[in-house]
Design a protein around this ligand. Structure first.
Ligand code: SER
Length: 878
């Protein structure tokens, strides 16, 4: 058998199935478009709608090498030869096309003829009553009966989850040889040990399982096969575990180097290295697909595996962050196929290192706490779950990590206690948020919201409409009529009430003899749309029919800024990576603010790139469309939704530019991206850990900005007597001139201060070849005094210099003392000298042996200080 690399095997598989008419697809994301699954766990996941007959495929045969993550056995990763969090699944799929009689002989052909596995080492299993598959194996392939096993549901029935497509399967087993056997007399196909290795699973996808467990036949019979690339590589490369294949070797070698382990010398250390290699590779892929470490969902798995790796690093004595150093080797092993690892390499590195550092800070303390608790327990005893909770809550230990450490000490955790503590914490959080809600719920607004129907919003298409006044609120009470400031509830309105970041509309409500100026529209209680304003003319009365009109120009600007926000989000995702998620927004007529997750300030290049991408789509004048659909249908589009935002059963999907950039959004938008006009980012700042804020303007606000900038520029160019093109050079020149002048000025000041003193200065004391120099100046700044002290020391290299500058204004003194390293080494100290002298004149100060500073409020005692300095000098030099 030819020893092929992982890359060659991947390609061979895809080529083989292409030769059977399958369309080759690039791997889909690790994050499935499927609410029933956390991750893509198998090659078939992205094709689920085709199996279920929900969508018609553009082809009936497909093949992929799919990125997968499985999380059921994370604690086994590193302990066994085959467990991984991330792996690649080689798959081929038939959507109502080929079935058992094709796939079984093809699988045999691929393994024996293309890969060259020894046919005598291959076995097959089939589902108990699957005579059809059994017969194909025996009669068509020619596999002897004693090498075909019938196994039950556990082994030979496959499903992606509790619900969804499923069916009986047939597995191909490779006999690794006796040396891999557990040695039990019962060891045969189906044994859990390493000898009979399952390498390929052929699923005959025939059923759909509903939530009650009922199986209904699918419209068509399908094929879904999956073979772990790492496992196949280990067989072909004849290595005892997946970590020794070329797919892992660069990562393993680098990890060994980083943690100073010689692979193969110590099983425990080998295990730690395997954990680190597997988890770092998985973390890189997850981050590349837009997952961030979090406390739930996919982000929790990411957090768990990063933190597990950090702990294993610590066990090997690695105190400093090291995981990111493995990333180049991850790229070296699979980066040419999965280019996202390179495209997002900066993001991956940043997120990984932040998470590693964060946990690194609390790991030691948490471990100390846990060790102390474990020391109190004997083998087989139970750790109080509240300790696990404290570790989770205060020290960031994922529960499973604490559990794994406990298992290492033969201790279990009382999980109920842990869950109870977690629930108590959640209840406290709920109670505090209810409390605040409770206060609000007492208001007149909620009562009104309960009594009145929801206002019919017609503002997506209308700027004005006729409406009836349903209620009036004045001074916190509902009233039948009002003048002056009040809030008005209508049965129907074109006014958009502040929501989803978009500010409320303003405008007028009028009727015969009535004019109300509306200054804001908001939802003071859920579902209650209140027009806040002032009655300018007449009296507003409940039941009255009025005309409600928004300020059209203002709304037009709001619409522009809202659509610009969508365009910006898409552009940011493209420039910075898929991890960019909206964290908040504000859409007004004059600017927009967009908050999003990102770990570093945007560079000037990134900002311009974002602006440019947005502007290209503005120039293309693409239509902006809105569609109302069910949440289910919306999920099938590529619409972005905010994770924690609540949507009703029907949602509005806004599509703006970029062919497909769409979001679930209730806001008002332009109908064509061209209407947005120029979009300019005016500010970029950090507003919390990992959250950035962009402020931008578009439409008229952008035009105003340009006008203002042009006015300012024209002032600057004329004041500096230069042109716009030369302005930057001119300013650089001027700054340089300013720097030179400042230096020159400083020199002059030094000269003026020193005058001819430098020539006249004489040491006041001398001992053991060291001079003491004491001088007094007037009105000199502290830094100037330091410069002067340097100049004096240049002239008297073997000296201790003690200087005072007296401020004429208040007769205070600043003090400076300095000497060289050599003199300080003999035991003399400028710090001591200054400290004692300052004290003698009623001041204070101090510093290092080579340099010290201080001050005294009253310079009249300066001479006493100087006398003290001489005394200290003599003592020091004695
Ligand atoms: N879906 C099956 C599995 O994961 C075959 O691809 O084993």
């Amino acid at each position: 058998m030819e020893k092929r690399s992982g890359k060659e095997l991947r390609e061979l598989f895809l080529k083989f199935f292409e030769s059977k008419g399958c369309k080759r697809y690039k791997s889909f994301s690790l994050v499935p478009d499927d609410p029933t699954l956390l991750f893509t766990i198998a090659g078939m996941v992205p094709f689920k709608p085709y199996f279920l007959g929900l969508k018609t495929p553009e082809m009936t045969r497909a093949t992929t090498a799919q990125k997968c993550v499985r999380t059921n056995d994370i604690e086994n990763v590193g302990r066994t030869a085959r467990h991984h969090t991330f792996f690649e699944m080689l798959g081929n799929f038939s959507f109502g096309d080929y079935f058992k009689k094709e796939i079984i002989p093809w699988a045999w052909e691929f393994l024996t003829e293309w890969v060259g596995l020894d046919p005598n080492r291959l076995y097959a299993t089939v589902y108990l009553d699957d005579d059809e598959a059994y017969n194909i194996w025996h009669e068509v392939v020619g596999l002897p009966k004693e090498r075909i096993f019938r196994l039950g549901e556990d082994d030979n029935f496959w499903a992606a989850g509790p619900v969804g497509p499923c069916g009986p399967c047939s597995e191909i087993i490779y006999d690794q040889g006796e040396e891999y056997s557990c040695g039990k007399p019962t060891c045969t196909v189906g044994c859990d040990c390493d000898r009979y290795l399952e390498i390929w699973n052929l699923v005959f996808m025939q059923y759909n399982r509903d939530k009650d467990g009922n199986l209904t036949p699918l419209p068509k019979k399908n094929i879904d096969t999956g073979m772990g690339l790492e496992r196949l590589a280990s067989v072909v490369q004849n290595v005892p575990n997946d970590f020794e294949t070329d797919l892992f070797r660069p990562i393993m070698e680098e990890a060994c180097k980083l943690v100073h382990v010689k692979y193969g010398e110590d099983k425990k250390k080998d295990m730690a290295v395997k954990v680190i290699a597997d988890h770092t590779r998985a973390a890189a892929f997850m981050i590349a697909d837009g997952i961030l470490p979090q406390n739930d969902g996919q982000g929790y798995v990411l957090r768990r595996i990063i933190r597990r790796s950090v702990r294993y690093g610590r066990l090997l004595g690695i105190e400093k962050p090291f995981l990111t150093k493995l990333l180049p080797s991850v790229r070296a092993s699979v980066g040419d196929i999965y280019t996202e690892l390179t495209e997002h390499s900066a993001t991956i590195e940043q997120i990984l290192s932040t998470e590693e550092e964060r946990f690194g800070k609390t790991l030691a303390q948490g471990t100390e706490l846990l060790d102390a608790e474990l020391a109190k327990l004997a083998n087989g005893e139970v750790l109080n779950g509240r300790v696990a909770f404290e570790l989770y809550d205060t020290f960031g230990f994922p529960y499973e990590l604490t559990e794994e450490i406990c298992n290492e000490h033969n201790v279990t955790i009382d999980k109920n206690d842990f869950l109870a503590a977690l629930e108590e914490q959640r209840a406290r959080a709920r109670a505090s948020s209810k409390q605040t809600k409770g206060v609000i719920s007492k208001t007149v607004y909620t009562e009104l919201a309960d009594k009145t129907k929801t206002t019919n919003f017609v503002g997506y298409t209308e700027n004005e409409c006729e409406a009836r006044v349903v209620a009036i609120i004045k001074d916190g009470q509902t009233v039948q009529e009002a003048t002056g400031d009040c809030e008005i509830v209508l049965d129907k309105t074109p006014f958009y009430a502040e929501k989803g970041g978009q500010v409320g509309d303003t405008g007028v409500i009028t009727a015969e003899g009535l004019e109300i100026k509306v200054t804001n529209t908001a939802y003071p209680a859920s579902g209650l749309c209140a027009h806040k304003g002032t009655v300018k003319t007449g009296t507003v009365k409940v039941g009255e029919v009025v005309k409600a009109s928004i300020y059209v120009e203002r709304r037009a600007e709001i619409r522009r800024h809202h659509t610009a926000t969508h365009l910006l989000q898409e552009a940011l995702t493209r420039v910075l990576g898929p991890h960019v998620r909206q964290a908040g927004s504000l859409v007004t007529p004059t600017f927009l603010r967009f908050d999003f997750n990102h770990f570093a300030p945007l560079t000037a290049e990134q900002t311009s790139e974002v602006e440019q991408i947005v502007y290209e789509h503005v120039l293309k004048a693409e239509p902006v469309t809105t569609e109302i659909m069910s949440l289910e249908d919306a999920k099938k589009t590529k619409a972005r939704a905010l994770f924690d935002e609540k949507y009703g059963d029907t949602v509005r999907v806004v599509t703006a530019g970029f062919d497909y950039s769409c979001e679930l959004c209730g806001g008002t938008h332009v109908t064509n991206t061209g209407e947005v006009g120029l979009v300019s980012i005016i500010k970029e700042e950090g507003i919390g850990s990992g959250v950035r804020r962009i402020t931008a303007v578009c439409g008229k606000a952008a035009q105003l900005l340009i006008q203002r900038s042009a006015v300012a520029m024209s002032f600057v160019t004329s004041a500096l007597g230069t042109s716009t093109d030369d302005i930057c050079d001119r300013i650089t020149e001027m700054l340089e001139e300013k720097r030179l002048l400042e230096n020159y000025n400083k020199e002059l000041k030094i000269k003026a201060a020193l005058g001819d003193i430098l020539g006249k200065i004489k040491p006041v004391e001398n001992a053991k070849g060291v001079d003491l120099i004491i001088e007094k100046f007037e009105d000199i700044s502290p830094d100037m005094l330091l410069i002067i002290s340097d100049r004096i020391r240049q002239k008297f290299p073997s000296s201790i210099v003690f200087l005072a500058a007296v401020a004429k204004e208040n007769n205070s003194a600043i003090l400076v003392a300095a000497t060289s390293e050599e003199i300080a080494k003999t035991g003399a100290s400028a710090g001591k000298l200054l400290k004692e002298s300052a004290l003698a004149m009623g001041g204070k100060g101090g510093g290092r042996p080579t340099s010290a500073q201080g001050g005294a409020k009253d310079a009249s005692k300066l001479d006493e200080g100087f006398a003290k300095a001489r005394e200290v000098f003599k003592e020091m030099m004695a």
